[in-house]
Design a protein around this ligand. Structure first.
Ligand code: ATP
Ligand code: NAG
Ligand code: NAG
Ligand code: NAG
Ligand code: NAG
Ligand code: NAG
Ligand code: NAG
Ligand code: NAG
Ligand code: MG
Length: 671
């Protein structure tokens, strides 16, 4: 927006008249003007200088080796007509230099007071398009120089200087300002970095002092000028002179923009309204790149972080749910569970879902997401893959068995060093918890116990005889008998001990863990058979009837074997005293005695003297009576141990002190 106090209201077709008027004005009094943008300024332009559509005075159009001038159209009267001295004056200029190559300085611009508008003779580059090589006169030039010409003693490539009739400055200083707010400290400014700067040129008639002050646009005029030179301009300037700007461009071109300009003769230059200044062109999309400079790293960082996070999550997910799967498992497809399903079902194998821990590993309760079915998940650590195929094959084929007295195996899953088996969940837990609970707390009455015993016997018979091949359970004990919703006894963990037989030494922790259920010949040879299952079943019978563990540690040294204890009572004719006291006598005496005696029979040290599960079923059902048993003291020796010792076939001799396993083993080995 142009705002010429003297002629701003004039339309452009009256321009020729303006010159006349302007000159007249000059003659009449002191000129004062202010331009916030140059749209209607009617400046005299030559060379590369143009006023853009937006009202910006563009001194250099981007071409190399050009010069340009923008001159206030009318000459100004600089001298007092009566005294003849150069009057005080002041000018304010708002400009901006944008270097084509930031950091590389070239060329410069200048504010001048000159006797004529004809600069055809003036030289570009260091002569700023105003001066000639010699014979310069009547010139005041304020150079805004971004080029260091050592020949001309330029102090650096970023300086302001006062030149009078010469390219060598009267005074110069590096661009900057004395900041009022910090007590007059000098602050550097870079001229050609695209920053809007304000320059003040003041001359005082009496003092003959020229002050030049520079500051960033939004900083007010500093108190201390950048340059302050005493020079009597009355000896320099002509009576009337032109004021304006010059710009030169050589190789490294820069853009010189003037946004606003005000001048006051014999007084202060008017204030330039900053809000009305024209906008700078988007040079090299600078503001955009500034935005990008901030956003791009953030966006890039965010992208990288998210990619890394996703990768980490995927890797963790893969590692977390990683499984081992081999070709031969194809046929077990329907029985194969994915680890993720089991992980989700047990809420990540949380401790709160842990229902128990045994010799093989941990057992967790879970709920399958899709079917909402309750499952028991058994995690077993297993290092070797040796025998795994046989084991899985066996487990899965056994898993195909369906029987109301077996805990249904639903499937399995394999991970590195780990085998996971999935069973039906048994809501009433394992039998050992019900039997070996606190004293006086009755959880299972006799009828329930007897029902469970028959159930377990049915289950074991099924394993031994009803399927196409003999399945040996290998680990019958109270903790492997589980109670379903209807309090049926169900055998669990069949065949599992098998996994640990391969390659592991017989003295494994598991063997020790189920001590008391091991038949003497199993301890000796390590070979499981239906007879060893029957032996363990016998121990289970005593355990259920007496409510006691097979081996009781009374003191540190002394162990009491349940068999011996029952046998002793039997010998003494007080068998009913061994029945669980928690039952408080509420039991069927016949059934209890049957169970106890059958237990002892199953616990016979000679495998062949033990009944088969089929026999056991018949005894339990009362279909056939128990053979008459006769307790025989061990002191009778070999004879006493022999069955059918020439006496009655239906009377069996029975050794005392069953716990002498080694002795038993030796004896049975002799058979
Ligand atoms: N299918 C199931 N349903 C409900 N609870 C179960 C199931 N399987 C096992 N449990 C519980 O988990 C506990 C631990 O079982 P686990 O089989 O690991 O050990 P154990 O039976 O004591 O010894 P072993 O390792 O010799 O079998 C059991 O005592 C039982 O309470
Ligand atoms: C710049 O100005 C010079 C001198 O007037 C002229 O020759 C040249 O064509 C101009 N260049 C542009 C790009 O306007
Ligand atoms: C010239 O100077 C004299 C004395 O300083 C002053 O009175 C007079 O007003 C000035 N004239 C102009 C035109 O400035
Ligand atoms: C400018 O000056 C040169 C010589 O100094 C002269 O040849 C030329 O005609 C002048 N131009 C104008 C427009 O006066
Ligand atoms: C400068 O002025 C001197 C004396 O007036 C003259 O001899 C010389 O030729 C001039 N030089 C130029 C370049 O005009
Ligand atoms: C200002 O510029 C001078 C000369 O280039 C330099 O020595 C000084 O360190 C600069 N000061 C600041 C604050 O940039
Ligand atoms: C120039 O600056 C000095 C301070 O350095 C100040 O005293 C003086 O009044 C100034 N003169 C003008 C014309 O601004
Ligand atoms: C400045 O120069 C003029 C003319 O030569 C003279 O009259 C005046 O006294 C000078 N002023 C100072 C302060 O020297
Ligand atoms: Mg178990």
């Amino acid at each position: 927006m142009a705002n010429m106090k003297c002629a701003s209201f004039l339309p452009s077709f009256l321009l020729p008249l303006l010159f006349v008027l302007a000159v007249a004005t000059v003659a009449a009094g002191d000129v004062q003007f202010v331009f916030s943008g140059f749209t209607q300024s009617s400046l005299t332009l030559d060379g590369s200088a143009v006023v853009t559509q937006g009202g910006l005075l563009d001194m250099s159009n981007g071409t190399n080796n050009v010069k340009g001038h923008a001159i206030y159209p009318a000459p100004l009267l600089f001298r007092n007509s009566s005294t003849g001295k150069v009057k005080s004056f002041s000018a304010t200029i708002i400009f901006c230099i944008v270097g084509t190559f930031p950091g590389v300085n070239a060329n410069g611009m200048a504010f001048f007071i000159a006797p004529s508008k004809n600069f055809t003779d003036a030289l570009p580059t260091q002569y700023l398009g105003i001066l000639k090589q010699e014979n310069n006169s009547n010139l005041l030039v304020i150079e805004i120089d971004t080029f260091q010409n050592l020949e001309l003693k330029d102090i650096n490539d970023n300086h302001i200087g006062i030149d009078i009739n010469n390219v060598v400055p009267v005074q110069s200083n590096m661009a900057g300002f004395y900041e009022d707010s910090s007590g007059g400290a000098f602050k550097n400014l870079t001229l050609n970095n695209g920053m809007k700067l304000q320059l003040w040129v003041d001359y005082e008639e009496e003092e003959t002092r020229i002050n030049v002050t520079l500051a960033p646009l939004h900083v007010g005029k500093p108190l201390k000028p950048l340059l302050s030179a005493t020079y009597n301009l009355s000896t320099v300037l002509t009576e009337t002179a032109y004021i304006g700007f010059s710009s030169t461009a050589e190789l490294m071109n820069a853009r010189h923009y003037i946004l606003g300009w005000s001048f006051g003769m014999n007084g202060q230059a008017p204030y330039i309204d900053i809000s009305k200044l024209p906008k700078l062109p988007r040079v090299g999309s600078k503001p955009q790149s500034k935005l990008l400079a901030i956003l791009l790293p953030i966006a890039t960082a965010a992208l990288i972080i998210s990619i890394v996070t996703i990768v980490i999550l995927m890797v963790r997910r893969r590692r977390r749910y990683r499984e081992v799967r081999e070709d031969w498992e194809g046929e077990f497809g329907p029985h194969r569970f994915s680890y993720k399903d089991l992980f989700d079902a047990t809420e990540g194998f949380k401790n709160k879902n842990l229902v128990g821990a045994g010799g093989f590993g941990m057992v967790y309760k879970g709920v399958l997401k899709l079917s909402k079915k309750e499952i028991a998940v058994k995690r077993m650590s297993h290092d070797s893959t040796q025998g795994m195929k046989e084991f899985v094959t066996e487990i899965v084929s056994i898993g195909k068995l369906r029987h109301r007295n077996l805990v249904q195996l639903l499937g399995y899953c394999r991970r590195k060093g780990e085998l996971i088996l999935v069973y039906d969940y048994m809501s009433n837990g394992s039998l050992d918890k019900s039997i070996h609970c606190e004293q006086d707390k009755l959880t299972l009455n006799w009828a329930q116990r007897f029902h469970v015993i028959r159930g377990v016997a049915t289950g074991l018979l099924y394993l031994h005889e009803k399927w196409e091949k003999v399945v040996i359970h290998r680990d019958i004990k109270a903790s492997n008998v589980l109670l379903d919703d209807d309090m049926n006894g169900r055998l669990g963990d069949f065949g599992l001990a098998r996994l640990y037989e391969h390659g592991t030494d017989p003295q494994s922790t598991h063997m020790v863990g189920t001590m008391g259920y091991l038949a003497p010949e199993l301890v000796r040879t390590g070979k499981a058979s239906p007879h060893t299952d029957v032996y363990a079943f016998g121990m289970f019978l005593l355990e259920v009837a007496c409510g006691q563990k097979p081996i009781k540690q009374t003191t540190e040294e002394k162990q009491v074997f349940l068999v011996d204890w029952v046998l002793e009572h039997w010998t003494n004719g007080s068998l009913s005293k061994t029945v669980d006291t928690r039952l408080r006598g509420n039991y069927n005496t016949d059934e209890a005695c049957l169970v106890l005696k059958l237990g002892l029979l199953c616990l016979h040290p000679f495998p062949s003297s033990r009944p088969s599960m089929r026999d056991v079923m018949q005894y339990l059902n009362g279909e056939i009576p128990l053979p008459k048993l006769r307790p025989t003291p061990l002191s009778l020796g070999m004879q006493g141990l022999m069955q059918d010792n020439g006496f009655n076939t239906s009377v069996m001799s029975y050794p005392q002190l069953m716990s002498s396993f080694s002795a038993m083993s030796d004896l049975s080995g002799g058979r």
